[in-house]
Design a protein around this ligand. Structure first.
Ligand code: 1BN
Ligand code: ZN
Length: 331
């Protein structure tokens, strides 16, 4: 077992070899934050086997998704409160014309002052009572805003994949649960990652949806983050809902992409957590091995040349297959 630390930015990540046994008594601490994680991780082989596909497999247009990443990166750094962030909001909304769009706008109180935060939500109605949410953040790292940082993978890939998924759900009859896409905002810490300095948008949205009764209707919350790395290794997040992870792995297996999934298990703080904490079945599809030892994460090296349309394709198609599998479940 390996315990990895990312000083200052990553909090604590527990890496647990996927051995199918209880392991991990690491206790790691850093400035203002500690995490202890002891987890039983099922080996991929123990997860539900693939079943015969009965419906045609849906695919995304990965070339178009990659073009969205290029467009988004051209705006430059997109931290909350910035002009580039506003331009990106307009760009996203411009691609959702004609859709049912809602903006969850509020002011976040951060260690650097108050900032406007806007979660962008688009809704594609289904034929069945209940909602599947697919989410990903569009803001970029705040502390790196003046370093040439562009967040091609971290912020760019999730924004782009959601835009491509919007194209998919807009153009097809949705025979199942309604699908809501959410571009979350203010995911990044403005100073240092803590429970109060991070996840501004998702914490606000989870609370809002708890109050208005939406939360109870959510059958699955699928989060995508940093899914463009050409060397794609989606981690198994120990904080995600295990039955939903099994469904994701089953979807990946059905498509022949299982080697890109769940090679290691880590606990990661991300936009799914406010929903997990409120009892919503949630999974984070994140590849936190971005460059050897995650060296490109939250650095100006997070650039387009590290990304591949194939990775967007893999994650996009696995998300669509997961939606189809969730739709096939009884409840
Ligand atoms: C993901 C992308 N995250 C931030 N940008 C969440 C995260 C927080 C990942 C801490 C690792 C450590
Ligand atoms: Zn980040």
């Amino acid at each position: 077992m390996i315990a990895a630390r990312k000083a200052g930015r990553i909090g604590v990540i527990m890496l647990i070899a996927s051995m199918g046994v209880a392991c991990g008594h690491e206790n790691t601490e850093e400035a203002g934050k500690s995490a202890v994680s002891t987890t039983v991780v099922p080996a991929p082989a123990d997860l539900a086997p693939a079943t015969a596909a009965t419906t045609p497999v849906a695919t995304i247009d990965s070339a178009r998704a990659m073009q969205y990443v290029r467009d988004v990166v051209k705006f430059g750094a997109r931290p909350i409160g910035s002009e580039n962030h506003k331009k990106l909001e307009k760009y996203i909304l411009g691609h959702l014309r004609g859709d049912k769009v809602e903006v969850d706008a509020f002011e976040a109180d951060t260690p650097e002052g108050k900032f406007p935060v806007k979660n962008i939500i688009t809704k594609y109605p289904g034929t069945r009572e209940g909602i599947i949410v697919i989410a990903g953040h569009y803001d970029t790292n705040y502390p790196l805003r003046d370093t040439g940082y562009v967040g091609a993978n971290d912020g760019g890939s999730s924004t782009a994949l959601l835009l491509e998924l919007a194209n998919h759900f807009r153009s097809k009859k949705n025979d199942g649960y309604s699908v809501w896409l959410v571009w979350t905002d203010g995911e990044e810490a403005v100073k240092q990652w803590t429970s109060t300095d991070s996840l501004y948008g998702s914490r606000h949205l989870a609370e809002k949806w708890q109050k208005d009764g939406t939360l109870k209707k959510i059958k699955a919350f699928l989060l995508v983050d940093m899914i463009g790395d050409a060397d794609l290794n989606v981690d198994q997040d120990t904080g995600s809902t295990s039955w939903l992870q099994n469904v994701v792995f089953q979807a990946a297996t059905r498509l022949g992409y299982q080697s890109h999934f769940y090679g290691r298990a880590i606990g990661v703080e991300d936009d799914h957590l406010p929903f997990v904490r409120m009892g919503v079945p949630s999974v984070d599809l994140i590849d936190l091995n971005y460059g050897y030892g995650n060296v490109f994460h939250h650095t100006p090296q997070d650039t387009l040349d590290k990304l591949s349309p194939k990775s967007l394709q893999i994650v996009g198609d696995v998300v669509l297959e997961t939606v189809s599998l969730v739709n096939s479940l009884k409840n």
